[in-house]
Design a protein. Structure first.
Length: 224
């Protein structure tokens, strides 16, 4: 039996969603974030030294990192479009590109936006708040905002070429790419001015497996 250690409002949703797409039997153990720090609870360190989620355990071992887990599940259990393409083929290279792009390129500016927004809005002495806000606003204007727009425009353009990120069929690359786009909608102003990205979000949210994952694990982003 597969066991998913699932942290609310996190990349764990990717794994939960794929488990539902594959209709695999699994057990879910849910963990809540600390209400003040928003960090994962210390009890996750008993499962993995870093104390982060998702963590997927089977009879052989426990595996962390959502992208690695998606590839493992696709390689071991998937058939049809959700199976990994043959190594070395154009389809495999494109899928692998988006699997790495999601975390290596799309997520860093989104994480910076989150950090600087918390710096600007977090509790602090009143006389420090104007300085903190000025630093955060400067970083957003000079670097973070332009980088977010660059990547959102790029992703919008790529979806004008194919129906899904890795081609004409839905793959694990789309599950991997879902999290940065959900985050962009929540934190970075992704809206109808980029209709292909918004249509992508609409289509994934209409998938029954996505909806079942939300029912079992909660929303991807807090407030949704």
């Amino acid at each position: 039996m597969l066991t998913l250690h699932h942290l609310e409002n996190s990349r764990s949703h990717r794994v939960l969603w794929l488990l539902e797409e594959l209709e695999l039997p699994y057990e879910i153990k849910r963990y809540a974030r600390d209400s003040q720090t928003l960090l994962a609870p210390d009890e996750l360190k008993a499962i993995h030294p870093l104390g982060k989620a998702p963590i997927l355990c089977d009879e052989a071992a426990c595996l962390a990192e959502s992208g690695a887990i998606l590839e493992y599940l696709a390689e071991r259990y998937a058939q049809g479009p959700l199976a990994l393409p043959k190594p070395g083929t154009p389809e495999h290279l494109k899928l692998r590109y988006w699997m790495h792009y999601a975390e290596g390129s799309a997520m860093p500016p989104l994480l910076l936006r989150l950090v600087f927004d918390r710096v600007a809005g977090g509790p602090m002495p009143f006389f420090i708040r104007p300085v903190a806000r000025a630093i955060a606003n400067g970083a957003n204007k000079a670097f973070i905002g332009p980088q977010l727009n660059l990547h959102l425009d790029y992703m919008e353009s790529e979806l004008s070429k194919t129906e899904w990120f890795a081609g004409q069929t839905f793959t694990i690359a789309d599950i991997q790419m879902s999290f940065p786009l959900e985050a962009a909608e929540a934190r970075a102003g992704l809206d109808g001015s980029r209709p292909r990205l918004m249509d992508f979000l609409r289509r994934i949210r209409e998938r029954p497996a996505y909806q079942r994952a939300v029912q079992r694990g909660g929303p991807v982003m807090s407030g949704r």
